[in-house]
Design a protein around this ligand. Sequence first.
Ligand code: NAD
Length: 355
Amino acid sequence: MKIALLPGDGIGPEIMAEAEKIIDFFVREGEHIETETALVGGAAVDQFDDPLPDTTLQLCLAADAVLFGSIGGPQYDTLPRPKRPERGLLRLRKAMDLFANLRPARVYEALADSSTLKKEVVAGLDIMIVRELTGDIYFGEPRGIHINDQGLRCGVNTMTYDENEIKRVAHWGFQAAQKRHGSLCSVDKMNVLETTQLWRDVVIEVSRDYPDVKLTHMLVDNAAMQLIRNPQQFDVIVTGNLFGDILSDEASMLTGSIGLLPSASLNQSGQGLFEPIHGSAPDIAGRGIANPLAQILSLAMMFRYSLKRIDLADRIESAVEKVINQGIRTQDIVRPGESAVSTSAMGDAVLSALA
Ligand code: NAD
């Protein structure tokens, strides 16, 4: 297993160090895992004047999977756009053709009162949102702002999907459902948008390959409401880029902590980039207090989805759950009266739970 490690900026290197402890542990157990670290984002701009140097890109393309930390920081906000850290990540996603974005939102029993929703609504919540990442209204042409026939400024974006783009992400949705609890809800707006009528038709066609998965459909406005009203009804949700962008943020906030949520972005061959959903947290960087669990859970997703080592993924996820149940907390999830542990103490706790 060849893994490219891109720690990035801010808290990225701090939380990546904790994920590396887990990798080293598996290597000591006899697993054949090769890792190589490279610069990306602001750290790469500082050294190479490029947020995605060619050496980093080539390393990622040759790897089985990429474990990504986080990028960005206020010192880079005034750079010309092509030099900005986030441009490096966008270029990498494009070069690897990562079209399926998997975002789990899970509420650990012991942390259910961290959510802004009532505990009984979210306790035990475990949803996976599969969002299409490379098409839809974000990329459709024509686009832009022009002056129309009446001399008024007019904004245009184009929602478009072809059937192959829908098919390939639908397959990821069904396969994720097979690996979880066997049900898939496809979200669209077929009552008013033809593009999403096609979405629904194609998802139904793909469903014939997955008779073991129960498929349902929901309009996006209802899905936004149901995620708040009764989120436990969902197992896997598959949807387009625009709806997925909004619904995945909504779902992640049900859990109450950004420091716990991993994500995966995958291409056709199953190669993927795995990263926490949070950013580089410049406000706490360098203080050793960041929560490394989203990074560690991103590593678990890597074993599950790219490296096909479900056994190792299950072990990491059980270890994280054990640590949370033991009441070990970093400052972002600590409750009044409890004391917080450091980033590295949290990593060590996961390691002991694993052992
Ligand atoms: P952020 O996610 O970095 O931080 C938001 C808040 O959550 C902060 O208070 C931070 O301290 C806290 N937080 C985030 N991760 C945490 C963790 N693991 N443990 C404990 N607390 C944590 O979002 P932001 O402040 O809006 O953005 C900071 C920088 O990150 C910006 O430059 C932004 O562009 C970049 N960013 C990068 C990514 C990415 O790398 N994919 C994603 C989002 C934002």
